[in-house]
Design a protein around this ligand. Sequence first.
Ligand code: HEM
Length: 420
Amino acid sequence: MTDAGSSSPPEAPAGCPAHAGAVRLTGLEYQQTPSQLYREMRRNHGAVAPVLLDGDIPAWLVLGYSEVSYVTSHDELFARDSRRWNQWEHIPADWPLLPFVGYQPSVLFTEGAEHRRRAGVITEALEGVDQFELARDCQQIADRLISDFAGSGQAELMSAYAHALAMRAAVRMCGMPATGDDTQQLVEDLRISLDAAEGDDPVAAYGRVGARIQQLVKDKRDRPGPDVTSRIVLHPAGLTDEEIVQDLISVIAAAQQPTANWICNTLRLLLTDERFALNVSGGRLSVGEALNEVLWLDTPTQNFIGRWAVRDTQLGGRQIRAGDCLVLGLAAANTDPQIWPDSYVGAENAAHLSFSNGEHRCPYPAPLLADVIARTAVETLLERLPDLVLSVEPEELTWRPSIWMRGLTSLPVQFTPVVQ
Ligand code: HEM
């Protein structure tokens, strides 16, 4: 490893020779300036860096655009079933990444023909979502949420708006009403199981989510409607109720966090960057351009865990062993100097890897639906509260200490109170 200076990521002590000089991926300081971290890792390690996950568990972080594209399009070499990991004997039962890595019988971990069956059903069910109806539903959800805080002249938009809106939109697509006690309870349990706060019981909440989704599937078998759940239930592939429950939870979870962070990261850009004057009429760049720029520069799913090597192979000059874990460095790939040789990173097109790539990529109707949700959320907020500004200095905003999901800890704003 070359001289990296005092701000460099800490190296782990040499153990496994392949992981000599591996970079620990834990630590709050990285998340504030991840682009700098990725630059240093690329300089010191090349396109595929040895890293240590929580508990000093070794893995590879794939930083190069062409290497991430290669990994995601070669399922025969790099596959999704985490049971082939060669580190399981070192993973404690309370390992923090277990909820994302531990095998579940859902679409996320299936492979080959079984994955095509499960993902095909989800794709067709999502294709059936009418984008105009979704936009209308999202606008209603947004209007209600805004009305709850409009009179106070201030709000914390992460919790009061973005997370709540993305969750309700996902639940609504699946055929539940966007409001009501029942939906509220499910939304709250999903929040606890995906993003538990101090004092929450995520295991109990996850149990309640499973039971509620099971009930939803049963209801839709009895009385199907124009929604994602009914389309999955009625699909000729004939998924069992158990499979459907697993996959619906995956769809809702996959939709909620990234879409919520996409909304807030876009609002942050609009509120802090003078190219996007918040006065919409005075703005030179549009909300659509801000949404796209965020996908290139502050993408919600920064790093995705992952793929597991099917057999010994080579990648980016590294010797990868069968069962090694590869983390997809989607954010690093988006800013790879190989695709931005003049050290300028722009947002002219949609060739980023923010929705991943290949067989397991975010199923293709989903990015369009997420765009409808995020765009409606941002535009409705700016229309209802046109003089919205940050209530802290831009540099006081902090990012969550997670290398996985790029999102703010909070987004406090103020505006002229609106009397309803
Ligand atoms: C309506 C909103 C969304 C829905 C319904 C949705 C659904 C899904 C589903 C079902 C998967 C699993 C695919 C599989 O394993 O075959 C997935 C994967 C993924 N999604 Fe989405 N998603 C949404 C929004 C987003 C957003 C906003 C982002 C990021 C900007 C995103 C990024 C990803 C990524 C990175 C993966 C992992 C793909 C991989 O393993 O290579 N998704 N999504």
